[in-house]
Design a binder for this molecule. Structure first.
Ligand SMILES: C[S@@+](CC[C@H](N)C(=O)[O-])C[C@H]1O[C@@H](n2cnc3c(N)ncnc32)[C@H](O)[C@@H]1O
Length: 371
């Protein structure tokens, strides 16, 4: 039995009790494949490998039943388990780093005597929203070439680009040197193979030297930041130029620009209540603003994308890739969807919005800030 280890020795090596090993044996999780002459359990190298996997998944918080499923999957070999464990551990490390950075920011604010709002305190939990909803994102969110052309045009001759709140990288140029910043582990995990290197950080505290990039860009993300103005100033600090695709709430009655918010989801205004004015954001980086119309057949499933295809908003998978619905909550969502469905069926929507049928693109408040 030279190539086997006794239960006592295994318990010692693994730092668990003999009782735990007996229990794993009893429930069939890790069965020692041999017995000594005296009838004691004896673990082979393969048994030890399986035990290592079980203990690693346990340490990551998986329940015994989940662990049994994971290690019992015949399509996953030892190398695949190691890769999965490695990914899970890196995700944890990134999350911990993001929490440390957020705590540092709060400590700094407190030291300067600045009052820290409850919203900012919850930011300590990082990109919670996108860790919850991010999994649904790739279903409909992708590059819209006409919007991409506007953004890439604004990048000019920049060679080095920082993409802040990069998500899955829909608007990342491929012909320049790009570094992405994305706080959500779920979003980072969904970046396609071969995309730009991505740093786990938040806009409000960019881990780069002053002037490190030719340009910093941010697309459809500023409204998610705990402090948009601080984040925009950070972009300005680390890059010589700044390009931001965001939303204009300056115009009185801006909620009425889009039939969805005007007639079905007035709660949208509440979602953006704390959002700074376009003028304040432009001011923070010294930018000018240009409207970005949304094409009628917009390929990127952003909130305004389906302004001429209203039936799309009745689709669950379409809504799940738009953060607004999660933010307004299930009650408002149910009411809006029911009411839109009724109006589409009765012809009321078409009556009210007949003029849209002739438009190829609509100005629904998207603005490109360029500094
Ligand atoms: C609507 S997605 C946009 C992603 C990408 N820019 C695009 O256009 O497809 C918003 C992204 O902002 C990220 N985000 C949230 N809070 C952030 C913060 N404080 N700093 C940087 N990014 C943040 C989210 O995790 C999410 O990936």
């Amino acid at each position: 039995m030279d190539d086997h280890w006794t239960v006592g020795r295994v318990a010692e090596l693994a730092g668990v009790s003999v009782r735990t090993l007996h229990h794993y044996d009893d429930i069939g999780l890790v069965r020692p494949s041999a017995r000594t002459a005296a009838g004691y359990r004896a673990y082979s190298a393969d048994d030890m490998e399986r035990l290592r996997e079980v203990l690693a998944y346990r340490r990551l918080g998986f329940g015994l039943r989940e662990v049994a499923q994971l290690v019992g999957d015949p399509s996953t070999d030892a190398a695949a388990h190691l890769r999965r464990l490695r990914g899970l551990l890196l995700e944890r490390r990134d999350r911990a780093d993001a929490m440390v950075a957020a705590i540092d920011r709060e400590l700094e604010a407190r030291a300067k005597g600045r009052k820290v709002t409850p919203e900012e305190q919850l930011e300590v939990l990082g990109a919670r929203l996108y860790d919850t909803i991010g999994g649904a994102y790739p279903a409909t969110r992708r590059t819209e070439p006409r919007i991409a052309a506007r953004i890439w045009g604004a990048l000019g001759d920049a060679r080095t680009v920082l993409n802040v709140g990069a998500g899955t990288g829909s608007y990342e140029p491929t012909d320049r040197e790009v570094i992405a910043v994305e706080p959500s582990a779920v979003m980072r995990g969904q970046r396609p193979a071969g995309s730009a290197p991505c740093v786990a950080a938040a806009a409000e505290s960019l881990p780069f030297e002053d002037g490190a990039f030719d340009v910093a860009m941010a697309v459809s993300t500023v409204h998610h930041w705990g402090d948009p103005i601080v984040g925009l100033r950070e972009m300005r600090r680390v890059a010589r130029r700044v390009v931001v695709l965001t939303f204009d709430t300056d115009e009185p009655g801006w909620q009425d620009r889009f039939w969805l918010t005007r007639d079905y989801l007035p709660e949208f205004a509440g979602v953006l209540a704390e959002f700074p004015s376009l003028a304040a954001m432009a001011d923070a980086i010294g930018a000018r603003a240009e409207p970005v119309p949304v094409p009628w057949d917009c390929a990127d499933g952003l909130f305004e994308a389906y302004w001429r295809r209203p039936e799309a908003y009745l689709e669950e998978h379409v809504r799940r890739a738009m953060s607004v619905w999660t933010r307004v909550g299930p009650k408002a969502e149910r009411r809006a969807v029911r009411s839109l469905g009724d109006d589409l069926a009765s012809g009321r929507w078409a009556e009210r919005n007949g003029d849209l049928a002739d438009l190829d693109a609509a100005d629904l408040g998207l603005r490109l800030l360029m500094a």
